[in-house]
Write a protein that binds this ligand. Structure first.
Ligand code: MN
Length: 757
């Protein structure tokens, strides 16, 4: 049997410094009792360290602040926690309330303690009530999931318990707020972890502040019945003791008095009066084995009549939080009903101190049968506990991973978004709204820009950056974890690609008709539909899409339409190079703007963000600024625009000087390593007007394997010259310089200019 929790320090007199020292000595004595072999030097070190830094601070009660961490450590000692937990208890408010940093704690006390203190500090900072919507269940789950080490929760609960015990010193408003948080968040956590004792005290303290009248009424009623109840229980106990002794069942007995909050809930739930609460007191029989639990039940039922339907076997079927016991209600000697609870010592300890329902070893997360393993783990837990020599050790070092398959994240306004483990900001965006997902271009997690592919973690506050008109990328499909996001992205990509393909197909057919000198306008709609159905499509739109996807050539289709297109050869499918054709699968694009036919327009598109990288960050929308249109090799600098992603300027760009006043929005960018990507660059070449000039110019590019996207030559009558405007694909600055130099060497070339617009 564990000792009771220490009573709150008397509220009427302040505790002087030597009392702080005494409180520590008492703690040492308590710890030494259950950990006789431990070296308590680390505990003392934590005490001295905490006292030094809390020096001069007082609580609202006027006591030295150090009383609080000491009482927290006392509660932890009562729970038989280990030294790390108690060190954490002593140090838990330092980072929050003094200038001590986690690094300092790590230096002084090592990694384990620092991690624990950090965990408690984080929980302390969570402000559940700033949330847009209070979703208590989600908060509870998140809080549990956030914690990797059960000691963090234990320390937090001990902290909360001591704060609740001394709540009277705070303003009415803060009292109510803390009491409500305790009732909605912390007591249920204690319950879920099976920590019946802490849960009960937290609930009763909160109840006292939240419903003072109801509390008083129930407490008074209980007090008025206390004497007769005690008399009655004494009589029952004597009888049961004798009966059990005769049967050779070793047992000790306790009376269980219902907690005021538990009575209150029962009155409210069952809409009954206080007099109708028959299980106000119960007899608890604690024996040595499961076999004797059932034997004792037999003895009780032999002596008094059980009430049908009131026998509950939580030994065979434990409650989700591992609670085990036999419950029965019987009709007592004076026709009065009362409850009997029968359990072993181990079951009793679990009921009081708790074992979390979903605890499991991290190592246990293997294979698909996680759930079965979890249940098996729960089943075995009790047995394991018996094998562990020091049950406190077992409890306190147990690592937990409750809800391992979920992460709990927040919107900036505090709404909880529950996502599967490893979900990305894209999943988050789609969870908010499909429009937010579709137009998502970047994300900030806890105020910092992160890659869209990064995994979200419990407690992350996620802010999604959107850009109207932005479309989801196919790459996202490899990143997202939620079905919702996946379906929305797929749907949109399919819709967009189809729309593009239809448009391309239609233009392609029209252009090919023009080229062959046949008139599409003469064809009736019925003919189109007929041609479509000959290809197996129900409407022309589908055939256009197929054309756009490059499944058939326009010539073939024109032939099907009965137009004179000449013999059909196995020629390449050609289509007009349009903006829309970029990235459409299967469309072999031939440059239509060039009459030479020698120059191939690129069939691939170069995504801006594959050639420029924001240092350390992927997936940001990056584009090259139009004003300076930088190319590979030039020094560049990024500037985070409002809602348009990152604009990349040449460092030399005059606009940069003006933009950079907002230094915070400057971001480092670099050229990605890949050399395959090309940048379109517009050039204007001023030449003498002489034959062969164009050939000489274009051969500069073909010699260098450089693609010309477009070219337009004009003569200038006023100066006997020619102007050639062209857009060429260059890989980097060096290549551009080489090309310009080569052109300048051609006799008759007067000047080469690079255009930026
Ligand atoms: Mn505290």
């Amino acid at each position: 049997m564990l000792p009771a929790f220490p009573e709150p320090v008397s509220s009427t007199e302040a505790v002087p410094q030597d009392a702080v020292e005494r409180l520590y000595r008492e703690l040492e004595a308590k710890v030494r009792e259950y950990r006789p072999k431990d070296d308590l030097a680390p505990l003392e070190k934590a005490f001295r360290f905490a006292r030094k830094w809390h020096e001069g601070q007082t609580r609202r009660s006027g006591e030295p602040y150090m009383v609080h961490p000491l009482q927290v450590a006392h509660i932890l000692a009562d729970m038989r926690m280990d030294l790390v937990a108690m060190q954490t208890g002593l140090l838990h408010d330092l980072v929050e309330d003094t200038s001590v940093t986690i690094e300092q704690v790590r230096k002084e006390f090592g990694d384990e303690v620092a991690r624990s203190v950090d965990g408690v500090t984080k929980l302390t900072k969570l402000d559940f009530f700033s949330a847009e919507e209070r979703q208590a269940e989600s908060f509870r789950k998140m809080l549990l999931a956030m914690v990797e080490d059960i000691r963090v929760i234990m320390v937090k609960l001990a902290d909360r318990l001591h704060n609740m015990r001394t709540l009277g010193y705070l303003s009415a408003e803060r009292r109510e707020r803390i009491a409500r948080e305790t009732l909605e968040i912390y007591a249920p956590i204690a319950h879920r972890l099976g920590m019946g004792k802490i849960r009960g005290e937290l609930e009763d303290l909160a109840f006292q502040y939240l419903e003072p009248d109801a509390y008083r009424e129930i407490a008074d009623a209980m007090e008025s019945r206390r004497h007769s109840n005690e008399e009655f229980l004494k009589e029952i106990k004597t009888t049961v003791e004798a009966e059990l002794r005769r049967e050779g069942i070793p047992a000790r007995m306790e009376s269980r008095i219902k907690r005021p909050y538990s009575v209150f809930q029962k009155l409210r739930r069952q809409k009954i009066s206080f007099d109708q609460v028959y299980d106000l007191t119960a007899l608890r029989i604690i024996t040595d084995s499961v076999k004797n639990c059932y034997a004792a039940l037999g003895v009780i039922h032999n002596k008094w009549h059980p009430i049908p339907g009131r026998i509950k076997d939580f030994i065979a079927i434990p409650r989700p939080n591992l609670y085990q016991s036999l419950h029965t209600s019987v009709v007592g000697p004076h026709g009065q009903t009362f409850e009997v609870q029968i359990r072993t010592e181990e079951m009793h300890r679990i009921a009081e101190e708790g074992i979390a329902a979903h605890w499991k070893y991290k190592e246990g997360r293997k294979g698909p049968a996680a759930d079965d393993q979890r249940i098996a783990w729960l089943r075995h837990l009790v047995e394991w506990q018996q094998e562990v020599q020091d049950p406190g050790e077992f409890l306190s070092t147990l690592k937990v991973d409750l809800y391992p398959e979920e992460v709990y994240t927040f919107t900036p306004r505090g709404k909880v978004i529950v996502l599967p483990r490893d979900a990305s900001p894209i999943d988050f965006a789609y969870a908010i709204h499909s429009d937010v997902g579709n137009t998502c271009v970047g994300a900030k997690v806890n105020g910092r820009i992160v890659p869209l592919r990064s995994a979200l973690r419990n407690g992350d506050v996620v802010e999604i950056m959107t850009q109207p008109g932005h479309q989801p990328s196919k790459d996202w499909l490899a990143v997202v974890k939620t079905a919702r996001a996946r379906n929305k992205i797929k749907h949109l990509i399919n819709t967009n690609e189809r729309a593009k393909a239809i448009d391309i197909g239609q233009k392609y057919l029209e252009k090919e008709a023009r080229r062959l000198g046949v008139q599409l306008s003469r064809i009736k709609a019925v003919e189109f539909d007929k041609a479509a159905s000959e290809y197996g499509y129900s409407k022309m739109e589908d055939l256009y899409a197929a054309l756009g996807y490059g499944k058939f050539s326009a010539r073939q289709v024109l032939g099907k339409l009965g137009l004179p297109v000449g013999p059909l050869s196995n020629q390449k499918v050609a289509s007009e190079e349009t903006e829309e054709s970029k990235g459409v699968p299967g469309s072999q694009v031939e440059s239509a703007a060039m009459t030479t036919g020698a120059l191939q327009a690129p069939g691939r598109h170069s995504d801006e963000d594959t050639v420029i990288k924001v240092r350390g960050i992927d997936d940001l929308l990056v584009y090259r600024a139009k004003c300076c249109n930088p190319i590979r090799g030039e020094s560049i600098v990024g500037y985070v625009t409002r809602g348009k992603g990152v604009a990349v300027h040449a460092k030399a760009c005059p606009n940069v000087q003006n933009l950079m006043y907002d230094v915070e929005r400057k971001i480092e960018v670099e050229w990605a390593r890949s050399t395959a990507d090309a940048f379109p660059v517009r050039l204007v070449v001023h030449t003498d007007d002489r034959p062969g000039m164009l050939n000489q110019l274009t051969s500069v590019f073909s010699d260098d394997n450089t693609n010309i996207r477009s070219l337009e030559a004009k003569t200038e009558t006023d100066n006997d010259g020619g102007v050639v405007e062209m857009t060429v694909d260059v890989r980097d600055k060096k290549q551009l310089e080489r090309l310009v130099a080569s052109m300048r060497r051609i006799s008759g070339v007067r000047d080469v200019e690079r255009m930026f617009n």
